[in-house]
Design a binder for this molecule. Structure first.
Ligand SMILES: O=C(O)c1ccc(O)c(O)c1
Ligand SMILES: [Mg+2]
Length: 629
């Protein structure tokens, strides 16, 4: 599969864009006219630059308001086209994208359009060039690819073909099956973009909210599959107009784009009717069966505070690493590692971020296969030397540069704690708190990184994303979206912070980056857990008494239950599937905290309670200097 991206999709100046596009692994680039016009170099320079980076210029675009002009404008329109042909020959590209006319003076009429394209085809042919016609969703007369195809068909010229753009077709909910009757050699190129479902004017939606395939809600994979089923084997080219991307990191947006196309290609080639889509082989998305462990990095002093909290949560030290300063704490299926070693990545991470949960391990069917898929999808593999006889666990870099280890039970990886660790018995009295497993891992990221990580998780792992919800912090909005799998074994909540005065934004600012901000453990008896925690001297986050009056009224709770919730600072929610109970710790360090949940069938994450939880956490943190809102 040949991959391309339009220069308009990423931020920066033309040379910077070309470099990032090449580095991300694309084969080709669409030169967007404005990027070229704003650049000082000649078209020959641009062409040379692209080729020096190994990029083919897939097309030059857009050429606007061409077809069906009235006689008074027609000659000028062809003169304009000839000028663009000059530029294209100097650039070294043979395809011009003509988008459907939006001019109020254009006359319309399929045959008039076809006649204009036939003549343009003659002119293009004289120069060895081709022209592709694209229906804009808001075109004045042509706004549907089926009509654009009819124009191309009637133009009946070998140098005139069709350009399909997923946004224009899918935003108007045009039947994808209509693509199947188009001969593959008349599809000159395919542009792809996704978008979140938002009800708004098509032009505005298209120019500001497009995103990478897989990042939005449109059936882009089905669209691309229908095209591939025609036998089309040309470029799939991203054309993303997005305000956030225009202001984002050139490199990382380009990298997301490449990942999105490889992921899309991998899905498309799984259709039994698609052949000839060449892509590197890769295993299926990895099925996550559980969280193997979460690892903290700390120095001795901060580790002592952290361990004290773990004890109050009912964790016991169960083992110590044979050669490194790493302790393993466990309860139920939960394993937490505390790493105070002075060498290695954990220590480097501590030096930058302070005490943090810098790594997690996901239990998958086949860790090697999961690693192979991740790397094919441009994830960065991680390894560091291990001691003789110790297990080398495959890993990739995740959110904030932290690690995602991949373990399985089919190899010795699943037994790493028996191989690398020695069991120990902690003598102290700790009441077990009925914590069974990790329910979810909450990662805080900058808002403009959210799409990056959603795509990262959903392309590598067999998981889906849930709709975004807004969480109100007294100092701003935090956007929250969940990546989860059907079994619930993988649940990662991503919280996107827009400013540093929110609890999430403060965490990023003070920790020098994104990362895990809280861990939620699951219990099957929240009240028994609360009683055990009390015995262990755990200090729960104190919830405003006003909350309980409201929750009782909202859900019609038995006052006795309300009293129990209030006595233990437990938050309550309910959905159509059942009830949810949440209990929080206070914050530790720059805003890290623990949560304990009980799900009685409930499938959500307690979003309605987040506002109260955040307010309480901030109140508790304020003495340590979180700015007042
Ligand atoms: O928004 C536009 O005008 C525009 C231009 C060219 C395209 O290929 C397109 O999809 C949209
Ligand atoms: Mg387009």
């Amino acid at each position: 599969m040949k991959t391309s991206i339009a220069t308009v999709s990423i931020s920066g100046e033309l040379p910077e864009k070309l470099e990032a596009i090449a580095k991300a692994g694309f084969d080709g680039v669409e030169i967007f006219e404005n990027d070229f016009l704003a650049f000082d170099g000649s078209p020959v320079d641009v062409g040379r630059m692209a080729r020096d980076y190994g990029l083919e210029i897939t097309l030059f675009q857009p050429f606007r308001d061409f077809e069906c002009m009235p006689p008074s404008h027609r000659q000028r329109t062809f003169d304009r086209a000839e000028r663009k042909f000059d530029v294209m020959q100097q650039l070294g590209t043979d395809l011009l994208l003509v988008c459907s006319n939006v001019s109020p003076v254009s006359l319309g009429g399929i045959d008039r359009a076809a006649a204009d394209f036939h003549e343009l085809g003659e002119r293009a042919a004289r120069r060895g060039l081709k022209v592709g016609y694209e229906a804009l969703a808001w075109g004045r007369h042509i706004n549907d690819h089926r009509d654009a195809w009819e124009v191309v068909r009637r133009a009946d010229h070998p140098n005139i073909g069709l350009i399909l753009d997923s946004f224009h077709t899918l935003s108007r909910k045009i039947d994808i099956n209509s693509i199947r009757s188009i001969p593959k050699d008349k599809i000159f190129i395919v542009q792809l973009a996704d978008a979140p479902l938002i009800d708004m004017d098509l032009l505005y939606w298209s120019r500001h909210f497009r995103n990478m395939p897989g990042e939005g809600d449109l059936p882009v994979t089905e669209f691309a599959t229908a095209i591939a089923e025609t036998g089309y084997d040309g470029y799939f080219s991203l054309e993303i107009f997005n305000d956030q991307f225009r202001g984002g990191s050139t490199r990382s947006i380009a990298a997301d784009g490449h990942r999105s196309l490889i992921y899309l290609g991998d899905q498309v080639r799984r259709s039994p009717n698609v052949s000839g889509l060449t892509l590197p082989a890769m295993p299926d998305r990895a099925k996550v069966k559980g969280v193997g462990f979460v690892e903290f990095s700390a120095d001795e002093k901060e580790a002592a505070d952290l361990v004290a909290i773990l004890h109050t949560l009912g964790f016991r030290k169960a083992a110590v690493h044979r050669t490194k300063k790493v302790s393993l704490f466990s309860q139920g299926d939960i394993r937490l590692l505390v790493n105070t070693d002075e060498k290695g990545f954990a220590n480097a991470s501590f030096a930058v971020h302070g005490t943090s949960a810098y790594a997690m391990a996901l239990l998958v069917d086949d860790a090697k296969a999961a690693l192979a898929r991740a790397v094919t999808l441009d994830a960065e593999p991680f390894n560091q030397p291990v001691g003789l006889g110790e297990v080398e666990i495959p890993a990739i870099r995740g959110v904030g540069g932290g690690l995602i280890y991949l373990i399985d039970n089919k190899s010795e990886l699943g037994r790493f704690s028996e191989i690398d660790f020695l069991p120990v018995e902690e003598g102290m009295e700790i009441t077990p708190a009925h914590l069974l497993r990790i329910d979810h891992i909450a990662q805080t990221v900058a808002y403009d990184e959210m799409l990056t990580w959603l795509l990262f998780y959903t392309s590598i792992f067999d998981a889906h994303k849930t709709p975004m919800v807004d969480i109100i912090d007294p100092a701003g909005v935090v956007r929250s979206q969940v990546v989860e799998n059907a079994s619930g074994a993988l649940r990662v909540t991503l919280n996107g912070a827009e400013n540093r005065r929110t609890l999430a934004g403060h965490f990023i600012a003070e920790k020098f980056g994104s990362g895990i901000q809280h861990l939620a453990f699951e219990t099957d008896d929240i009240f028994a857990t609360a009683a055990a925690l009390r015995k262990n001297g755990f200090r729960p986050l104190s919830i405003s008494p006003n909350y309980y009056g409201d929750v009782e009224a909202r859900f019609g709770l038995d006052p006795e239950l309300t009293e129990r919730l209030k006595a233990d600072n437990i938050l309550y929610d309910r959905d159509e599937h059942g009830e949810y109970f949440q209990l929080y710790s206070g914050t530790y360090g720059e805003g890290f905290f623990f949560e304990i949940v009980e799900r009685r069938g409930y499938r959500g994450y307690g979003a309605p309670n987040a506002i109260f939880r955040i307010a309480a956490l901030k109140k508790q943190m304020r003495p340590e200097g979180l700015p007042r809102t």
